[in-house]
Design a protein around this ligand. Structure first.
Ligand code: FES
Length: 148
């Protein structure tokens, strides 16, 4: 892991201000921020691990647990809620056996609920690996997930 993150760390000035971009790039490579990486980053930038966890916890984008190969996000915002977002989430949880915030034991899927994707006209919305699926129905859930 060190050989993966060392070039990232070395491409930034060795100061606290580099923390967020370094965390973003390391997560981009590893998919999450394992403790080993956080330790390396802390040593390199001369900040404490608790500082890093404090900063990173503030931003929803950072993950400290290994994520599934496929990211499934279901919108639970107002527009989606009104148009059946809860049913879509219910179908997804049934299909992959996860609650929001969880990852399957085989690391195939991670499931998240999102407050709004900004695509309310397409409600209810589900996003898989960055691909937006709008006007979702429960039968479509199985069909879409089976493609991943
Ligand atoms: S409320 Fe779901 S996309 Fe906006």
């Amino acid at each position: 892991m060190r050989e993966q993150i060392l070039p990232i760390m070395q491409s930034h000035p060795r100061k606290r201000e580099s923390l967020i971009p370094v965390l973003q790039e390391v997560q981009g490579v590893l998919g999450y921020l394992p403790e080993e990486a956080v330790t390396e980053i802390a040593q390199f930038l001369g900040v404490s691990m608790s500082d890093i966890y404090g900063v990173a916890s503030f931003y929803a984008q950072f993950r400290f647990e290994r994520q599934g190969a496929h990211s499934v996000k279901v919108c639970q915002g107002t527009a989606c809620h009104v148009r059946g977002g809860k049913r879509i989430m219910g179908e997804v949880t049934q299909q992959i056996g996860l609650e929001p915030g969880q990852t399957t034991p085989d690391y195939k899927y991670s499931l998240e609920k999102v407050a709004c994707f900004g695509a309310c006209a397409l409600a209810p919305v589900m996003v898989v690996d960055g691909t937006v699926f709008g006007r979702m129905t429960t039968p479509q859930v199985k069909k879409i997930l089976s493609q991943y």
